[in-house]
Ligand binder design. Structure first.
Ligand code: ADP
Length: 883
């Protein structure tokens, strides 16, 4: 048995898109066959049928009407599938033999631009990365809906790659087919993303980039970057099968030009979504996003994902925000104008891919109409950024004029239904419209004329698609129809339908004019669209200025609403915050209840703030607040504080809470240590580190020792010495303030009232001496009996220094002030302290002595000048005396 010709054609097409679900156009349906049909029927809940294909068994088949395709495509793409659209390339009525068919587009998660799939305020990125033999890694991103195309390269490092992915959050990643599976799995564990593997030929040095980007200069970039960017571009051109003229700017970026925030930190600080339910509400973006356009919304998200490290750029943004804040009424006008601006970027993308409709061009016109007013408003401002925006903002008057003259005020949704072009724009269209109107008037008159003639009041002239125009007379009136006046056409249950030769003649004229009109309107529309396409770069430029302006306006609005102040960006290596607040937590609790706190961090005396205090006291809130204030300042936002001086950080690291990796099967402790090690390896003296309860995941002694060693490492390592916030409930560590330079003790104050504790949320100098664990447990609602018993056990442990706890004999209730004595003794034992050492402090002295000995033995006597030698001696004597 042989396959039918149609099935042969199907299989030939399918061969070209094996990894896609093929939508095969047959008449008014897209049909799917074989395995595709099975997948689609399952995923889309379609009935699975079969079709004779020439073989013994029928081919499994399911189908969808062509006009409903988008809904189904969106569902498949959201589930991570790719869809290839195969169309009929010739009119079936004219085709000789089988109709020609081919793929006209491949839709993938990273290239889909349907409005139902895209989120307004979020870019949809497709990414490619490529690691070459030398270890260089090319990274490239594109949002096909807006035309953004940016690329970079760096020495391959897993953290950097993960950070970049988390910044852009792509929905599809292209990789070379031999890419190390370990890397791919690490990414898959953390991100919900579809991978597309491509052959080596995609990662070539061909001149695809030069063709797309006229300004692209190959000599400015490495081969690895070119190969990788080439791949992304080629893939998009191949799948979209259009020239993508709106992707016209190659943007190189350097990773180190932005504040580096590693993947865990982004997550922990909840910059754009919360950890718990991944919602925007509760994130920093939620607080800062007061944008009025979707373009601004997307841009602000980018600003938050990529805070700056360049002082001038940060100060420019801050100055612009300040100016907007100081000119409230102009700012209000600006916001009003921005409100009416549609998504120019995405409309431009549609113009380029030739699937824009007239309604969207009308939205484009209405948006452009607002630009002169926006220019007029920002003309009044003096700050650098606003002045440059004023100068760069093209009001696109010519495009406005063209659209205003040509597109009707309420065009049809489909560009193939007419009702698009305005009266007076094109003579031929006007002429056809007159013919059509004249015909319709004639028909309207016909009804009256025939009623009068026949005396039948209920005589009607109607229209349907099958029979065209007709005269309808109810059965009860048939006797009044004059003989020979009408030709019978159709009999209904209670009426007859007639035509006349004149009526048919007029019908031909009307329908002829209508068809011509629809075709001509479409032609003229395409010409308008194509002539606008030539100005894509100008429109994109104005759109980008509007997006940035909207971001500044948003920052000004949130600063005003939340009572933020302008941070001073200082060259002095310090972070000084007066009455700082956590921007999100203060919004989540009743107004006025948030307790503001001060912060002083530098790289000399106040380098590592050791924060102790019971659980729930507010330690992590405080630490996060400091990081968020720094990030906000580097975004160019005002900050939740009375006053803030911020020196620019290059990287922010956090080790807080649970991690994504838990899902990947690693233990809490393992993950914690991996993260700490990553921080210690990558932080610099310009970094900010937040460490919360390091060492908690293991036994007390191990944990305490690790925490201790980490603090020493950070403060004593001259290449590190970075600003650090270290929260712990190992109170024993507070002793380090006296032994390690730069450590400062702080605690969150609590008050004990009648055996209960009250959190005061105030960060004060000095360490906490109690953990109040049992009191916190009581607050959390643990049964009274358990609390009482816990206190008894605790008391017994404290009393029973030999550790022989006779659980049956614990009866007395007591205060808990001696809670730590046992732990202190245990540590002394653990560190093999001699029996004469009965004070916890002695243990630190040993370490200091050890350190001093190490320091003395490391002096290279033969290679220092007498002056250096004298200084060293002075230092050593000073240290020895302090022990
Ligand atoms: P810890 O890290 O010490 O266990 P958290 O920082 O998680 O405590 O704080 C616990 C809760 O206390 C937070 O969810 C918040 O509601 C509240 N809180 C924290 N800091 C403050 C503050 N400064 N003012 C008011 N409430 C606060």
């Amino acid at each position: 048995m042989a396959l039918t010709p149609m099935m042969q054609q199907y299989l030939e097409v399918k061969e070209k898109c094996k990894d896609c679900i093929l939508f095969f156009r047959l008449g008014d349906f897209y049909e799917m066959f074989f395995e595709d049909a099975e997948i689609a029927s399952r995923e889309l809940e379609l009935v699975l049928t079969g079709r004779d294909c020439g073989l013994e068994n029928r081919a499994p088949m399911c189908g969808i009407p062509y006009h409903a395709a988008n809904t189904y495509i969106t569902r498949l793409i959201s589930k991570g599938y790719k869809v290839a659209i195969c169309e009929q390339l010739e009119d079936p009525a004219l085709a000789k033999g089988i109709v020609k068919r081919d793929i006209i587009k491949i839709i993938t998660p990273g290239t889909y631009t349907d409005a139902a799939f895209l989120e307004e305020n979020k870019n949809n990125y497709i990414m490619s990365f490529y690691i070459d033999e030398s270890g260089e890694c090319g990274i490239c991103f594109c949002d096909i809906s807006t035309g953004e195309f940016s690329a970079t390269s760096c020495h391959y490092n897993e953290s950097i790659l993960l950070d970049e992915i988390s910044k852009y959050n792509p929905s599809e990643i292209l990789i070379e087919e031999n890419t190390d599976e370990k890397i791919v799995n690490t990414i898959k564990d953390r991100f919900d993303v579809v991978f597309t593997k491509l052959g080596k030929q995609y990662f070539s040095l061909e001149d695809t980039l030069e063709h797309q980007f006229p300004d692209f200069k190959r000599e400015d970039y490495s081969n690895c970057l070119i190969k990788n960017s080439n791949c992304l571009l080629k893939y998009m051109l191949e799948t979209q099968k259009t020239c993508l003229s709106h992707i016209d700017k190659f943007q190189y970026y350097n990773i180190v030009d932005f504040l580096s925030i590693d993947i865990n930190t982004r997550r922990n600080l909840e910059l754009t979504e919360t950890i718990r339910d991944k919602s925007k509400k509760g994130s920093l973006l939620w607080i800062l996003d007061k944008t009025n356009t979707s373009m601004g919304g997307r841009q602000l998200r980018k600003w938050i994902e990529q805070p700056l490290i360049n002082k001038n750029m940060i100060e420019d943004r801050l100055a612009a925000v300040e100016e907007l804040l100081n000119n409230l009424s102009l700012h209000e006008d600006l916001k009003e104008s921005l409100k009416d601006i549609y998504d120019i970027e995405r409309i431009v993308g549609k113009i380029s891919s030739k699937n824009v409709n007239a309604k969207e061009l009308l939205s484009l016109k209405n948006s452009i109409e607002k630009i002169p007013n926006i220019k007029n408003i920002i003309k009044n401002f003096k700050s650098n950024l606003l002045v440059s925006m004023y100068e760069g903002l093209d009001d696109l008057k010519d495009i406005f004029q063209l659209l205003n003259n040509s597109i009707v005020d309420n065009p049809s949704l489909s560009v193939k239904e007419g009702n698009i072009i305005k009266e007076g724009y094109n003579e031929d269209i006007d002429e056809l419209r007159r013919a059509k109107t004249h015909g319709k008037e004639w028909i309207a008159n016909l009804e009256n004329k025939e009623r009068e003639f026949t005396g039948i009041k209920s005589l009607k002239v109607g229209y349907n698609k099958v029979f065209g125009y007709y005269i309808e007379i109810t059965k009860s009136n048939l006797s009044s129809v004059p003989e020979g006046r009408y030709i019978r056409k159709q009999t209904l249950a209670n009426a007859e339908r007639y035509i006349t030769p004149e009526l048919k003649e007029m019908e031909d004229k009307i329908l002829g004019a209508e068809e011509k009109l629809v075709n001509l309107e479409y032609e003229v529309f395409v010409a308008i669209r194509d002539s606008i396409e030539k100005h894509i770069d100008r429109m994109k430029n104005s759109a980008s200025i509007i997006a940035n302006l909207d971001c500044l306006s948003s920052l000004a609005t949130s600063a005003l609403e939340n009572n933020y102040s302008k941070p001073e960006i200082t060259n002095k290596d310090e972070i000084l915050i007066e009455e700082g607040r956590h921007p999100v937590v203060e919004k989540m609790i009743p107004t006025g209840n948030f307790v503001a706190n001060d912060t002083l961090l530098n790289t000399t005396e106040d380098e590592l703030l050791l924060i102790t205090g019971p659980n729930m006291a507010g330690k992590s809130t405080y630490m996060r607040q400091v990081a968020l204030i720094v990030i906000m300042a580097q975004i160019g936002s005002f900050v939740p504080a009375k006053k803030a001086k911020i020196s620019i950080c290059d990287k922010i690291f956090t080790r807080i809470g649970a991690s994504d990796d838990l899902a990947a099967g690693k233990s809490t402790f393992m993950v914690e240590m991996w993260e700490v090690s990553n921080i210690l390896k990558n932080a610099t003296n310009k970094s900010l580190i937040l460490l919360d309860e390091v060492g908690r995941g293991t036994s007390t002694f191990d944990g305490l020792s690790i925490a201790w060693a980490v603090i020493e490492y950070i403060c004593n390592n001259k290449d590190l010495k970075c600003k650090t916030l270290f929260a712990t409930h190992y109170h024993e560590l507070t002793a380090l303030e006296h032994t390690i330079k730069g450590v400062k003790n702080y605690s969150v104050s609590v008050k004990e009232i009648d055996n209960d504790i009250v959190f005061l949320r105030k960060i004060v100098r000095g360490g906490a001496d109690q953990s109040y664990g049992i009191e916190v447990a009581k607050l959390a609602g643990l049964p009274e009996e358990v609390i009482k018993r816990a206190k008894e056990i605790l008391y017994s442990i404290e009393k029973d220094k030999s550790n022989n706890i006779d659980i049956n004999n614990i009866t007395s209730e007591t205060a808990i002030s001696e809670v730590n004595n046992q732990a202190k003794n245990d540590i002394i034992e653990h560190n093999n302290a001699s029996s004469t050492k009965d004070s916890f402090q002695l243990d630190f002295t040993d370490i200091q002595k050890d350190n001093l000995i190490k320091e003395i033995s490391s002096i290279d006597v033969m290679n220092i000048t007498p002056f250096e030698g004298f200084n060293k001696l002075y230092e050593i004597v000073k240290k020895a005396r302090s022990i």
